[in-house]
Design a protein around this ligand. Sequence first.
Ligand code: MEV
Length: 314
Amino acid sequence: MTVAYAPGKVILFGEHAVVYGQPAIAVPVTQVKAKATVEIDPGGQGITIIAEDTEQSYFLEQASPDDALRAIVVSTLEHIGVGTKQGLTIAVSSTIPMARGLGSGAAVSTAIARALGNHFQNLGSVHPLSSYVISDLVYETEKIHHGTPSGIDNTVIAFEKPVYFVKDQKMEIFSVKSPFLLAIADTGIASPTKIAVSHVRRAWEREREKYEEIFDEIGTIAEMGRQAIEQGEIETVGQLMNENHRLLQLIGVSSPELEGLVEAARQGGALGAKLSGAGRGGNIIALVTQETRSRVSMMLRLAGAKEVIVTEVV
Ligand code: MEV
């Protein structure tokens, strides 16, 4: 049996604006993960997919073409150069909450592509799949979930490192001079990325000039955020998070629940706080220190957070 994992992610700076060509920064979150296992099914003629969290099991051949699990299995096997007439059982599970901006879909697809790559490599038939290849394969399946994804989720999850990302142009892994802590707090409200992204698109179509100015400002914040992280200027990172949140409010992707959590984090002493990901639900992130992490986490819980994870960005 071959097992592979993939982490969750949060966007530190630049969500939404990244869809329109601005830079963004995302980091992996290793406390939550997706897992995929691949096992040979002796005598089997086809592929069985088991989604353990929903207790579903089905044959690949019978899955609909827009089934995301089917899509990543088929494209990965095509890339490897083997067909789907394999006796295999592929099981997936995930501790990443779905539709909360933590990249659950991309992580499940990444774990599957990795597990299949490792499985066929162990059989001696192919070279390992690189993170670039896995990221590209996952990007194609992300289109099924998200319509017009920028590609940042699959990139940060496949590389498992802080990334600076510009759609269709570049991806750079950058260094974090002084590791820092992020509290990630969940509103408990599912918010599919596709819906939030299409809402922003409609607003942009109505008021292009206004929206593009805001996207430009967000892009500048992402640039400055990268510099601040590379130079270890943590307080500046916090201020930029606050500023980025204000601009996300202006494009209409915040919500009363997100506002409540951002406010609670700031009152608890966070150096900065913002919504993260598509917004309208999902998570906020707050920049905390060893001294403030417990107080901020407590304030977030009191303000209604369903879950609080503290992760270190290194
Ligand atoms: C989703 O994690 C981030 C968005 O910017 C969408 C995308 O980049 O595809 C909202």
